[in-house]
Design a binder for this molecule. Structure first.
Ligand code: UD1
Ligand code: BG6
Length: 365
């Protein structure tokens, strides 16, 4: 089943050009998006007062990655809920809300309990799942199967990128067709068609990332700074490293750097800064400058051709990735971090597919 690969996680990382293709199959027609599972509900969603994304772990992070684009295209406020926290607080959910539940397995106990809670409160409940026939698929009013194929590695990889693509397509389907949006929509749809082949390009960084992993093998801790579309990339990259490589790692919002995290910066703590091209680029450049001024041990992820711009004098390691449409960039940027987590795990001698203490699907409380 693993073919030429040593581990399922490795296979699933490398199969992303294919899984993304199957996720989009039959759902892009010329310059429009067709999601069969949502089409009868789009009007209700467009009229909702708020969209609430609800999930756990990697699925939560995928929703966070898709949030800015959904807000932009729909104009509807989009809020985020970790399923357990919504339940702990018994946070308000209204009839006028659209609650979107994201779960690879469709069987996560916290997410299903939050779904029961949202159903009781009368919200329209939408599922985004990889598992046909799962409890989530059955209990939601409507939804979209991400069709990424069975995911076996406990650390979610291909499901994450397919979830982002589905939620981006959902934003395109919900967003109205205003003429002023037309060029933007078309460039994103064009970007979706090209995405699998660009993902194939990024996977060629495998050897370079293995070298990076070798340099980080003994680190005690790793920070990842991102913002905007790539705040989610920082959280998800750090989650991958902590869950499989068993290394302490935190994803942080770069805009919060001065409000605490900066105190941690020294010459030994490795810090990954995501600084690919988008509207946040110049802010990330100044974050890099401030970290360099404190002699931070930096690894900068930037767009191709920007190495000398983000790191003049070559004093940091650089990962150059191809630039795609801003809202699709998280799909590209997570791949080097998935590879990093994978190689770190192998080098540190831990179990890649069955990380200590973790389960693929947490079906009990
Ligand atoms: C569906 C078929 C697909 C077929 C295509 C042809 C299924 C599972 N999918 O795909 O095989 O090729 O039509 O047009 O038979 N749903 C939920 N909650 C969820 C996920 C999905 O209620 O969490 C519902 C949807 O609202 C929809 C149904 O399940 O009614 C199938 O969803 P999806 O597979 O995404 O729909 P299509 O892409 O149209
Ligand atoms: C578990 C997995 O904790 O559940 C994670 O180890 C996963 O990888 C999380 O992200 C949520 O799972 P699901 O199936 O609801 O997406």
């Amino acid at each position: 089943k693993k073919g030429n690969y040593d581990h399922f996680m490795q296979k699933e990382i490398h199969e992303q050009p294919h899984s993304l293709t199957t996720t989009m199959r039959g759902r892009l027609k010329d310059k429009s998006v067709i999601l069969g599972g949502l089409k009868d509900h789009l009007k209700t969603i467009r009229h909702s007062r708020r969209v609430v994304f609800i999930g756990c772990g990697t699925s939560y992070n995928a929703a966070l990655a898709a949030r800015p684009f959904l807000e932009e295209l729909s104009g509807i406020p989009v809020t985020m809920e970790i399923a357990s926290d919504l339940l702990d607080r018994e946070g308000p959910i209204y009839r006028e809300d659209t609650a979107v539940f994201v779960s690879q397995s469709g069987e996560t106990a916290d997410t299903l309990l939050a779904l029961d809670y949202a159903l009781e409160n009368g919200a329209l409940c939408v599922g985004i799942t990889n598992t046909v026939g799962s409890a989530l698929a059955r209990k939601t009013h409507c939804g979209v199967h991400i069709n990424a194929g069975c995911e076996i590695g406990v650390a979610s990889t291909k499901a994450y990128t397919s979830q982002i693509v589905v939620m981006t397509m959902m934003a395109l389907a919900i967003g109205d067709d205003r003429i002023s949006n037309q060029a933007r929509r078309e460039s994103i749809i064009d970007g979706l068609y090209k995405l699998p082949s660009v993902v194939g390009e990024v996977l060629k960084l495998d050897g370079q990332i293995n070298d990076l992993a070798k340099s980080l093998i003994d680190a005690q801790s790793l920070l990842v700074f991102g913002r905007g579309y790539n705040y989610a990339t920082a959280l998800e990259g750090a989650l991958k490293v902590k869950e499989v490589a068993l290394m302490h790692s935190e994803g942080m919002l770069a805009g919060e750097m001065k409000h605490g995290p900066l105190a941690l910066v020294d010459e030994t703590l490795p810090i990954i800064v995501i600084a690919t091209r988008d509207s946040c680029f110049s802010k990330q450049q100044s974050v890099i400058q401030q970290l360099r001024a404190r002699k931070g041990r930096l690894v900068v992820m930037c767009s191709e051709g920007d190495a000398s711009l983000v790191c003049p004098g070559g004093s940091c390691r650089v990962i150059e990735v191809p630039q795609v449409a801003d809202c699709l960039q998280p799909v590209i940027n997570i791949i080097p971090l998935q590879l990093l987590a994978y190689h770190l795990t192998v080098l540190r001698g831990f179990d890649v597919d069955q990380p200590r203490n973790l389960a693929k699907s947490v079906t009990t409380l």
